[in-house]
Write a protein that binds this ligand. Structure first.
Ligand SMILES: *Cc1c(COP(=O)(O)O)cnc(C)c1O
Length: 473
């Protein structure tokens, strides 16, 4: 490109990368940050200045054009920011799939650190000095807690369903109610998983009503099993009928078939004890009702790490343990460590230490007090905005309890004078909070930014206050 002589003259006053790196202004940064990051940031800054000059947005008569060290420091910080990082969940949605679902209990985190830091007996039998199996570690604990004969852990519930159907039903028919052909967020669709497993979907009943006689009539020579899929994220109301797990299992067993239930959310404890009225069925209840195979997630209502858990009949689980697909979906040592420590909390009567359950059962007065504390502290830090404690409804999330919306408390944030020129909108405030040093993810309702405190711990409040202080500078 041919540039006018004066622009070329300005371009010649741009500093060289090496000169900038050697300048005293950057010496401190070079001590703190890796050289590659400072180099990349300096190059970027020089390029940006060059583009400004070429576009004639920057004209100067200065002898030398300086690179702004503070700007370089900002760029370096951005380059060094990890991609996967902690955020503060102010949505009130306890099992938020996009925010990593269940936070782990302190005991589970500690176990992961212990096991991951060095070597572990992942596939080694210490007592017998020989090779063991990673699938032995939590099987007994899961069986004890659910009442099932045996158990197997894989990477997530989708993998659990895939493995179970591949083992028990490939090339054969699987009978499912039309009211249960569900899609779970993030592309888990029952018909698709069925196809991937090689099983043939046999739909029975209608969207709103399925009867025992529908299952009976659908059983053919090639039927492998009857499957029930839990409606994790929606409810069917009105003129409805569904066959219970007990009834379905009775039909299956009379015809010599397996009864399988994909439960998804997988509560181990009765959630009514947590004040969640319209409760989810628990895994022990489904096992007791006669299901031969039950699949559920480790990171939904169970409150542990991402995992898929299969519990059920000894022969069915043993067959899955021998399936070649298991190798492709096996869990790693960190998952097993976190899961075992979480399950021990249930075993020892310490389930209240599981964060997801603790958050779901936080009493309203505690939430109200937290909302008042947070709004007061934020108000002190940022006078330009108005912070008001409000009573709201929140969701459980994570494909669990779709009809339960417990009362919660939030801090509503708005501009002091919303109509004033330059007053930030809820969307603008939200965008700034998401870019804070510790990002805060909030929700917007009726043009107000809401920070629901159900999913914020008392320890998190100072970071939220700081995030507001940052957004104003
Ligand atoms: C959530 C869910 C799944 C998928 O579980 P992941 O652990 O996310 O793979 C499958 N089935 C049902 C019924 C669910 O609710």
């Amino acid at each position: 490109m041919q540039l006018p002589a004066d622009r070329n003259a300005v371009l010649r006053r741009l500093p060289k990368v090496d000169e900038v790196l050697a300048s005293p202004a950057l010496s401190g940064l070079l001590e703190r940050a890796p050289r590659w990051a400072v180099l990349t940031a300096v190059r970027g800054e020089i390029e940006r200045l060059r583009a400004e000059i070429v576009a004639e947005r920057l004209t100067t008569t200065a002898e030398r054009i300086e690179v702004d060290a503070a700007q370089v420091a900002v760029e370096v910080a951005a380059l060094l920011q990890p991609s996967l990082q902690p955020v503060l969940n102010a949505t009130g949605v306890v099992l938020h799939t996009n925010l990593g679902r269940a936070p782990l209990a302190a005991a589970a985190v500690a176990r992961v650190v212990e096991v991951a830091r060095g070597y572990a007996n992942l596939e080694y039998r210490l007592d017998e000095r020989r090779r063991g199996s990673r699938h032995e570690h939590v099987a007994r604990l899961l069986a004890t807690l659910t009442g099932a004969e045996d158990a197997l852990v894989v990477n997530n519930c989708a993998a659990a369903v895939l493995l179970a159907l591949s083992q028990l039903a490939a090339g054969r028919g699987v009978v499912v109610s039309r009211g249960e052909l569900v899609e779970i967020g993030g592309s888990f669709r029952v018909p698709d998983v069925m196809r991937a497993s090689g099983a043939r979907l046999v739909e029975v009943g209608t969207t709103n009503r399925t009867h025992a006689r529908d299952y009976e009539a659908a059983v053919a020579d090639d039927t492998a099993l009857l499957l029930k899929v839990h409606r994790s994220n929606f409810a069917v109301v009105g003129f409805t009928a569904e066959v219970s797990v007990g009834e379905m299992a009775e039909i299956a067993h009379r015809k010599g078939l397996y009864a399988m239930v994909d439960l998804g959310s997988g509560a181990l404890a009765d959630l009514r004890a947590l004040g969640l009225g319209d409760s989810e069925p628990t895994v022990p209840q489904i096992v007791a009702a006669g299901a031969d195979v039950v699949t559920f997630s480790g990171d939904k209502l169970l409150g542990g790490p991402q995992a898929g858990i299969i519990v059920g009949q000894r022969a069915a689980i043993a067959a899955m343990r021998a399936h070649p697909l298991l190798r492709a979906v096996r869990p790693d040592k960190m998952t097993l460590a976190a899961l075992e420590a979480t399950l021990e909390l249930y075993r020892d009567g310490r389930a209240a230490e599981i964060p997801a359950l603790a958050m779901l059962s936080t009493p309203e007065p505690t939430l109200e007090a937290r909302a008042r504390t947070l709004s007061g502290a934020c108000q002190e830090a940022s006078a330009a905005l108005a912070f008001t404690p409000v009573r709201v409804r929140s969701a459980v999330g994570g494909g669990a309890l779709p009809t339960v919306e417990p009362w919660s408390w939030a801090v509503a944030v708005s501009a002091r004078e919303p109509a004033a020129a330059g007053a930030p909108s809820a969307e603008a405030l939200d965008a700034r909070l998401r870019r804070a040093l510790t990002p805060v993810v909030a929700r917007i309702a009726e043009d107000r930014l809401l920070l629901d405190v159900r999913t914020l711990g008392d320890d998190d409040l100072p970071a939220v206050v700081r995030a507001f202080a940052e957004t104003l500078t």
